[in-house]
Design a protein around this ligand. Sequence first.
Ligand code: GMT
Length: 382
Amino acid sequence: MNIGITRYPTYGGSGIVATELGKSLAQRGHKVHFITYALPMRLTGIGSTSNAEYIDNIFYHEVEMSTYPLFEFPLYELALASKMVEVSNYEKLDLIHAHYAIPHATSAYLAKQILAGNLKIVTTLHGTDITLVGQEPSFEPLMKFSIEASDVVTSVSEYLRRETIDTFGIQKEIIAIPNFVDTDIFHRVAGAKNLRRMLSPNGERLLVHVSNFRPVKRISDAIKAFKIVLDSGIKAKFLLVGDGPDRAECEALARELGIWNHTRFLGKQAELASILSASDIFLIPSGNESFGLAALEAMACGVPVISSDIGGLPEVNVDGVTGYIVKMGDVQAIADRMITLLNNESLRKQMGEAALEHTLKNFTKEQIVPIYEAAYEKAMNL
Ligand code: GMT
């Protein structure tokens, strides 16, 4: 098939899923055309999160933004639709896979109209689409339209499927297809022991969090819980990976709580698998999370997860098996669960093994990518 993929090229779960899907589809013989405004993150390299490698069957089409004094605001959605039409005409695209209803499915709809219907649209909802409408209620009709005008709609969790139907009163079928992880990239990295020695020179236990540092991640809950763990006498360090609007506030909180020397704010990192493999527990205390890809990546590296109980997180992390689930905002419960695991190495290891097993059983690209292919077939047969 000739597939166009539109995604946000920036740091974030939806972009990672779209890129990994595109790479996998190309390996399975499809022609994949990324249509976006910058080279997608993780597009370079199979088998590594950082090494550049040429991948046959993958093409990148940049949406160019022209400026003109009359246009005070960039016309991205229109430029994207125009690029979709151009690529479709030259490359004979069968379908556009839009990650996010707004604006990508909206632009795809416009392109489809220009092409007199000769283009199918598959839209994947990632969750922050719904949040957007919470912040901008005027987008609701556009969101509903863009979802219903897509030929096939998927969501990254069962939770998000139900939430979308309830929020927008959607009649259309939404297929829940969970996110997946490339286990060639995310697995227990052998050399992580050396990294661990560097990060915890005195044998401290290692807690880790990875995100884009937005308020929805509630990183301060994890930092406060970490302080309780340190106060209990456990020697530990907290690795905070990623960057975003809340980082400065989180750093300030660590200083204020007097635990700065026990935290390492590592910023954005390419070789996540090594950092995760060197760690003991992954923390994801989010206030909203439609899936929680970062938790799945940790589980693939054999790291148990302590997560909040919201959104799609319970579809990924199994309470008492692959880690623990606590009530969102319950800092003491996060700390208690960390203390339990850090004081019982055999239980921690057992949960890490179970996390890996659960990942391999349910969330590999080999299992999930064919489900997307079936969704494409369904769209083509409409
Ligand atoms: O989590 C983020 O802030 C990034 C965001 C995105 O749009 O890239 O992630 C959303 O999509 C991911 C991939 O499907 C999911 O794993 C995340 O749970 C979801 N984030 C939220 O729902 C807050």
